[in-house]
Design a protein around this ligand. Structure first.
Ligand code: NGS
Length: 293
């Protein structure tokens, strides 16, 4: 673990077939989709069913209802490996969960705006009837290595779980980040997200949007919770880094002044969901991030 896929050979359908087969429950009108039990895998010993848009462990009531949100731009090869691993991880933890890929599809080739992707997807989720109680903001290139790193939200403060990352095929071992970092993987409730007014919508390109969120946290006198050091470990999948955002330090300087006017509360007037595609293993949202606004 993690399972690294030869991404050129595998399709999203392969992943779906691996994780599901359809059983018809005669007592109900609707078919129930249950995990298949391949005998050569050990991590799925609890049957899972897909109902009302979420995966549930059969006969177990999870305390939280979890949405794992993954922003993407041209990263299909990471996304497939991520999905394959994350379903297994979520099931070993007996989560009730759904995975949402948020793709910046338009305008093509434009700089990545992770803040807008998260704000839009969370706004979309809030309007669904899935009763999500825990949001997991997750980079596509990070695979959790320890099952004791629970993907459950804390009651009072956001939880940051990416303390150490070990790049795949890199002998340097785990890299420890700075204390202030909350990027990578962050777990929080809708209420916490709204208290922070979500992400800034102004960061285009790599870097800074997560530090901006950390400043919002400080401004709201919130702190960060982390799992113990031994558990907060990840494998980093290889990927090219997009263009840096040269404006990021300037934006960070005045971040706190923009708190009320730039964030989650403003997102509806900015972006547009251009496609929603739901399969059993993932919901894809395709977004027009609308750089003109
Ligand atoms: C900081 C960036 C963060 C980024 C972090 C880790 O320098 O946005 O590195 O990046 N902040 C600024 O640029 C102001 S990583 O090594 O994971 O690519 O998240």
């Amino acid at each position: 673990f993690p399972y690294v896929l030869p991404y050129t050979n595998i399709t999203y359908n392969d992943i779906e077939n691996f994780y599901t087969n359809i059983l018809v429950n005669k007592k109900r009108d609707t078919p129930i989709i249950q995990t298949s039990f391949a005998n050569n895998i050990t991590f799925e010993n609890i049957p899972y069913i897909f109902q009302q848009g979420m995966w549930h462990p059969l006969g177990i009531t999870s305390i939280q209802r979890t949405a794992i949100l993954v922003p993407l731009q041209n990263r299909e090869y990471n996304a497939k490996t991520f999905l394959f691993n994350m379903h297994a991880f979520a099931r070993r933890q007996q989560l009730t969960y759904t995975i949402i890929l948020i793709e910046q599809a338009s305008p093509l080739g434009h700089r990545f705006n992770k803040g807008r992707l998260y704000n839009t997807a969370i706004n979309y989720l809030e309007k669904q009837s899935l009763n999500i109680t825990c949001l997991v903001l997750h980079d596509a290139d990070l695979i959790p290595e320890d099952d004791g790193n629970f993907y459950t939200c804390e009651t009072k403060y956001p939880k940051h779980t990416t303390s150490r990352v070990r790049e795949l095929n890199n002998k340097r071992g785990y890299i420890r980040y700075y204390e202030f970092l909350i990027g990578g993987v962050l777990l929080l409730t809708f209420d916490m997200y709204k208290t922070l007014n979500g992400f800034s919508n102004l960061y285009w390109g790599w870097g800074g949007e997560d530090d901006d969120l950390a400043l919002r946290l400080i401004q709201q006198r919130m702190c960060i919770v982390r799992p113990i050091y031994e558990l907060a470990i990840y494998t980093g999948l290889p990927h090219p880094r997009g263009p840096r955002n040269n404006a990021r330090f300037g934006l960070l300087t005045w971040s706190t002044l923009r708190f009320h006017t730039d964030g989650y509360a403003q997102i509806e007037s900015l972006t547009r969901i251009i496609d929603i595609h739901q399969t059993l293993t993932v919901t894809y949202l395709k977004l027009d991030v609308n750089p003109d606004k």
